[in-house]
Design a protein around this ligand. Sequence first.
Ligand SMILES: Nc1ncnc2c1ncn2[C@@H]1O[C@H](COP(=O)(O)OP(=O)(O)OP(=O)(O)O)[C@@H](O)[C@H]1O
Length: 241
Amino acid sequence: MTALLSTHGLIAGYGDMRALHGIDFAIEPGETVALIGANGAGKSTLLRAIMGLLPVASDMVTLDGAAVGGSAPHLMVQNGIAIVPEGRRLFAGMTVEENLRVASEHAAKPHGTPWTQEAVYDLFPILREKAATSVENLSGGQQQMVSIGRGLLAQPRVLLCDEISLGLAPRVVREIYEALPQVTAQGTALVLVEQDVGLAQRASGRLYCLLEGRVTLEGRSLDISRDDISKAYFGASHALD
Ligand SMILES: Nc1ncnc2c1ncn2[C@@H]1O[C@H](COP(=O)(O)OP(=O)(O)OP(=O)(O)O)[C@@H](O)[C@H]1O
């Protein structure tokens, strides 16, 4: 079966520095897949490579079987891939509503029920109250909700989320993660880069662990033991302990 989005022996890096050494990854509609791994393992690089923010060969990324690797990021959005970047990167000086509107203006053609601003406000009701507030006056959690909302309004088939829990209070992280099943229920697939391994395991159906630019573990999140994760996360030297 052809996956919705897949990578095939994906190699990517920065100048002469190769950060990913042949990544095979796949995700289906409505699936939540977590990417875990230590700092520098290559998780963000994989998202950037998929998104067309780093050069990759066209056949290294396929969408519905079509080679799309290395397309410009705006074309990847049109193809149905969107990213919630690390650090949120909202448009400062603009309100919540304006940030969301900009996303709608550059959206892909919706595949199923389109995401609307109202649907985003239903997902994160606090944003409805803050619609006219400038984004720099929001809490970190509220800014993250805007960033996710903005990603959804691009009408993605796959939303790539880079460390959406970073720096947020546990209560806020819970609030955001509790909303995610409503996203996948619409058929949108979610890729979650997540530092909190327990959270990643609970929130995803499958996970991949990266170590130094390679996949060291892949499987159904609930079937993978903590020991297997620990070995995959820290590498063979740890496994021999
Ligand atoms: N802009 C960049 N220029 C050069 N090297 C980079 C750049 N960004 C990342 N790297 C390097 O690429 C490798 C993978 O980094 P990446 O950010 O993808 O890791 P990560 O798993 O997302 O970790 P983190 O949790 O720290 O973001 C690391 O060796 C890192 O130093």
